[in-house]
Design a protein around this ligand. Structure first.
Ligand code: ZN
Length: 149
């Protein structure tokens, strides 16, 4: 595993739409391992492909540093409710603010071996997933922010 450089706001890559992963090979596993290490090292709770310079639909999430989730080609297939979330982003240092997100979501995604799974998430986990999946479409939380503090 190796730490990767985190791309910061101002770089074009954060605004691009990522392509789907089509090859579930060893390099995908390596990328996900590197992203996990990079996220933990930076004390983050999630990290998406573009944040390490990779325009692929991949994200890692860990609400508490203990439980890890890996998503390849994630799609939110249903959502319900709303919650106001206080967010920051490793690619947008020094800013945080409130964003409205769904309270509950269902995510369809693939693991690193190409196996499809369905995850039901709510609260903080749903919040992080929504934030990370937005990155895959070039959307940053500041685009949706209700107020800066
Ligand atoms: Zn982010």
């Amino acid at each position: 595993m190796a730490r990767r450089m985190i791309v910061k706001i101002g770089e074009d890559i954060l605004r691009k739409k990522c392509k789907e992963v089509t090859e579930f090979d060893a390099s995908l596993g390596e990328l996900l391992d590197d992203m996990k290490e990079t996220m933990l090292d930076a004390d983050g709770v999630g990290l998406a492909g573009p944040q390490v310079g990779i325009l692929r639909r991949v994200a890692v999430v860990s609400p508490n540093g203990k439980n890890f989730y890996e998503f390849v080609n994630p799609v939110i297939v249903s959502s319900s409710g709303t919650q106001i979330c206080r967010e920051g982003c490793l690619s947008v240092p020094g800013i945080n603010g409130e964003v409205e997100r769904p309270k509950k979501i269902e995510v369809m995604a693939y693991d690193r071996n190409g196996r499809r799974f369905l995850l039901k998430a709510e609260g903080f986990l749903a919040n992080i997933c929504c934030h990370e999946f937005d990155h895959l479409d070039g959307i940053l939380f500041i685009d949706k922010m209700m107020g800066k503090r």
